[in-house]
Design a protein around this ligand. Sequence first.
Ligand SMILES: *Cc1c(COP(=O)(O)O)cnc(C)c1O
Length: 643
Amino acid sequence: MSSFQQIHNKWTLKDAEDTYGIDAWGNGYFHIDKNGEVIVTPSGEKGGSKVSMMQIMQDIRERGWSLPVLLRFEGILYSRIKAINESFRKAIKEYKYTGDYRGVYPIKVNQQQQVIEELSTYGKEFHHGLEAGSKPELIAAMAFLNDPEALLICNGYKDEEFIDLGLSARKLGINCIFVIETVQEVQLILKRSEKLGIRPVLGLRMKLSSSGSGHWKESGGDRSVFGLNTYQVMQVVDDLKAENALDCLQLLHFHLGSQLPNIRDIRNAATEACRVYCGLAQEGAPMSMLDLGGGLAVDYDGSHTNSNSSCNYTLDEYARDMVEIIKGVVDEAELKHPRIITESGRATVAYYSVLLFNILEVSKFSVAGDLPEVEENSHELTSNIHYTAKSITAKNLQESFHDAIYYRDEIRTLFRHGQIGIRERATVEEIFWYTMLKIRERMGKLRQPPRDLEDLESALSDIYYGNLSVFQSIPDSWAIDQLFPLMPIHRLNEAPTRNGIIADITCDCDGKIDRFIDKTDVSPTLPLHELKDGEDYILGAFLVGAYQETLGDLHNLFGDTNVVGIRFDEDGELEYFHELEGDTVADVLEYVEYDPKDLVRRFREMAERAVKKQVISGPERKSIMALYQEGLRGYTYHEPENA
Ligand SMILES: *Cc1c(COP(=O)(O)O)cnc(C)c1O
């Protein structure tokens, strides 16, 4: 049901849930309460402590933070780690699997210290470890992972320093494993290990012939740029044998790509990897670990399908399928059940962060209510478009649509040639939009609207200007058209009466969101409410904890947003912690090599010249300088006016 139909009936909270699909993608963390506000239950459990997003918004504003603000819910992170570990525990029990499970969190998915710190604290209970793909990540991991039972998996290209660091970590009791990505790496690792007198534990990264679908399908499969093909795997085995080091090889790793929507692809890949694992054991390597990499998907649109923004399996199904497949293949080869490792990043942190932003203004699509009259002596084409507008019926929608576009374009050409005046052109444009509105009205009643009229919905939508930068805060929405759930966090007991798209404040034509989740398809507009005078209208972008925070760029120099961590203490009281001020204007200018002090000096000199030429007075110079310096210290986003 569209919001336009709903205003005629009584709008209920159920309608709000259906419109925004929150129960489908919220995964137990996000709901709508009876006041029509979005509430968060960080434990994801019925009866768990919960809080309204509007309450949070008011609390943090009172503490002096402006929107946009990124909220991180500690409890959600814990709940996700627990869910992943428990799914595997259950599956292992169900299948009488004799190996165990160890999760590792790939740092690159959200590298912020708060995340790594909370992960290593809450992960301890499950011996959840970390995955590092670069030197900085390894260095961060070494400082936070102090659980000898947890794993530290090192992927990526490794130089001598990387290797020395990892070997030293082993010496300190950290269970650090090097995953070999290239044939050449083996020699360097063995050389350094001999030099430092520390035996490494090695894994192989396998390039599988199976590949996944989804946005990232190129990162796995034969064409993947990472990992070893079968021939290279055997080369490494032979090299290790020659160096008397085959006993170091204990793990096989593959990573098919991220956000794998189809469980069939994952099953195929796991089966292929298992065969390789068994082959390596038969070659004499003391294999004991199978690392399934990442790829565990998040159901962003709640559709539970194999579309790119969703997945056709649950976490429990994923764990059960993996355990079942590994057991089957390994039993056949009469080998011990390996320890199962996954490197699930997205599924661990996506739910953790929510971006709140306010709407600054709305540019409404509107035309005067009635069909404009045309002058007696108008051009023939003007009379034609007028006639088209008058004679729309359910049967000629498509024809009227094309006719109106044709006449409008012809009139524009005549205008360019100076053959009709500006008033006549204005009348034609007005008639044109009137026609489009009438077509849309009638289209709403059709069961199967004509395909070429689909764009009409977005052409006739309002533009809501949001106080955010898409490039900084939800870059994947721009870069790879990924969908994120987006909705107002209040007024959900009122029917939304407008359809809008969101434009950000970067002034870039790509700085917009015009694809929204929808149960059956992608929707070009989002149902939204009319702005009320003097009242905030706050939207939330949900499930933005994975990949969005650090991929973001400084487009138009909008910097990091303010960040606030939120948790419940033992007594169930709400606690704000880890408040982090977003970038100031001076901060982002420094990123691009300006020196704020130098900027002030230059500007002061210019102001002084103006005083000298008597363009401004001394006191005016003072207040202009104060404004400039204040601006440098300020937030890069739109700040509320001083009361
Ligand atoms: C990115 C990456 C991951 C994380 O993948 P998700 O789909 O986010 O779980 C895991 N392992 C490796 C090697 C990666 O490059």
